[in-house]
Design a protein around this ligand. Sequence first.
Ligand SMILES: Nc1ncnc2c1ncn2[C@@H]1O[C@H](COP(=O)(O)OP(=O)(O)OP(=O)(O)O)[C@@H](O)[C@H]1O
Length: 250
Amino acid sequence: MTHALAVDRMSVRFEDFLALNEVSLTVAPGESFGLVGESGSGKSTLLRAIAGLNAFESGILSIDGRAYSDASRAKSFYRTVQMVFQDPYGSLHPRQTVDRLLIEPLLIHGFDDVDRRIARALDEVGLGSGFRFRYSHQLSGGQRQRVAIARALIVEPKILLLDEPTSALDASIQAEILNLLEEMRKVRGLTFLMVSHDLAVISHMCDRLAVMRGGEVVETLTVEQLRRREVSADYTRQLMVASEGFRRKV
Ligand SMILES: Nc1ncnc2c1ncn2[C@@H]1O[C@H](COP(=O)(O)OP(=O)(O)OP(=O)(O)O)[C@@H](O)[C@H]1O
């Protein structure tokens, strides 16, 4: 089977600092794969390197069996792979209308039938056409993240890279956005690679996960193994205890 996404011994260096050290993982078509680990462990760096936002100094990235060896990405790459960032306030220009934000990727990728696609995208993310000519700064955090998801999905990608897509949102809104993403994945048969610091979110959303520490993958396991506590690395156990301790306090 061809993997939707495969990373083979990928390393990323920022000057003297090795932020990613020979990281390997594979994600099957339609799978949802999680990345967890303490702050600074390299989760975002991995996503950004896949998206071409950071160069990687060695290793191979394959998407649908096609290999990429550096940061250069053809436009067609972004029709297949889209990224949704943590902070919808930072990722969407505040002085642009929703219409403009959605039209841009359609024009870049040469789509026609723009009006119909925008209407459909807004319906799909639960906003509706009433939002089309609103400015991004007039929207709530949850509404902005819906626009960011619509913007990513409007070019009909196969893979979504999700970098803490709900952690900047209120707890009540987080579940709505996670449910929307899960619904989109099912309806469109998408593949997810998703970063979260929250093991409960990963366990709800993902099939498998990799635990990262210090720029390396400590272990890869299924969510079922995580639930049954069949983990082999002490570090994964520490993460589980930390997240349960936090949950008991709230
Ligand atoms: N552009 C950069 N220049 C220099 N160092 C960087 C750069 N981007 C990330 N780093 C460093 O690389 C390491 C990994 O950062 P990264 O953002 O990938 O961690 P993370 O696991 O996503 O953390 P968090 O959960 O806090 O977002 C950190 O030590 C960070 O300071």
